[in-house]
Design a protein around this ligand. Sequence first.
Ligand code: AMP
Ligand code: MG
Length: 322
Amino acid sequence: MIVGVECTAHTFGVGIVKNAKILVNVRDMYRTETGGIIPIECAKHHTDVANRVFESALAQAKQDKGDIKAIALSNAPGLAPCLLAGLRFAKGIAKELDIPIIPVNHCVAHLEIGRSAGAKDQVLLYTSGANTQIIAFASGKYRIFGETLDIGIGNLLDKFARHTGMGFPGGPRIEEYAKKGKYVELPYAIKGMDVSFSGIQTRLQQLYAKGESIEDLCFALQETAFAMLIEAAERAMAHTGKKELVLGGGVACNARLQEMCRMMCEDRKASFSCPDKSLLVDNGAMIAYTGEIMFKAGIKKKAEDVDILPRERTDDVKVTWR
Ligand code: AMP
Ligand code: MG
């Protein structure tokens, strides 16, 4: 039994996995009414809820602490205070139970859980708050074929939401408004397989100040930014010859983004899959799931040898288990 701890940003989560089966996936998310994430506050949230989330995961899975083989921890990348809160918690348990820690890169976990639905060799369109990347496996690493040159797609949504007083997270609220909106032109910036969102952000704020309707701005935001992602993902599929697309990260919860992926894949006779919502958002189960694969490949560390790596990139990780 492997316990996974997620702590990289807004969510503290604990998942339990046994032989690739997810027994439980418990999470507690830091939210705000108006502003964005304040890292120190968010870390305090993680420390406050950690024990309760952990105990509740064990109880729901009807598992005994003593049967935990290792703690998988999302030690990278993320907000340093949040990572430290998670590290402190994981080290506490690892020392108490005398078990090792498996350091898991959060982005790689989004990828591995994307494969759990059956895709063999996919292109992953990874759409998170802070990260937006088009990734595929090649020569021992998850290679980044394209990525955002500035902010992540989720940050674009959240920044606009914050600017207009919607609070965090903005994505689901924007999705609702967009249902009643119509198209307005926004900058469309794609360079090869890289995308840039800051021009859209500026233009949205200008149009909002001029009194453009929030519904129309939300609709245009989704149509424009998602189209850029689909174009980059399609180019990566054409370039690599891969026939499977998997969508991941919190923004993948968006029904319109999923629909656009499905249409593009139908056009090029490729398959499209998207994990369940509970596995798309940040969660402990994907950390446990990836941790178990790594553990079986012999990857583990003594608690005292594990540190946080706030800036570790997806393509820094040597994927020795594939
Ligand atoms: P992550 O960083 O992967 O945890 O994802 C969090 C991001 O997902 C935040 O930026 C949210 O605004 C965004 N998000 C969550 N649900 C939706 C949705 N239905 N549509 C668009 N974005 C969403
Ligand atoms: Mg994430």
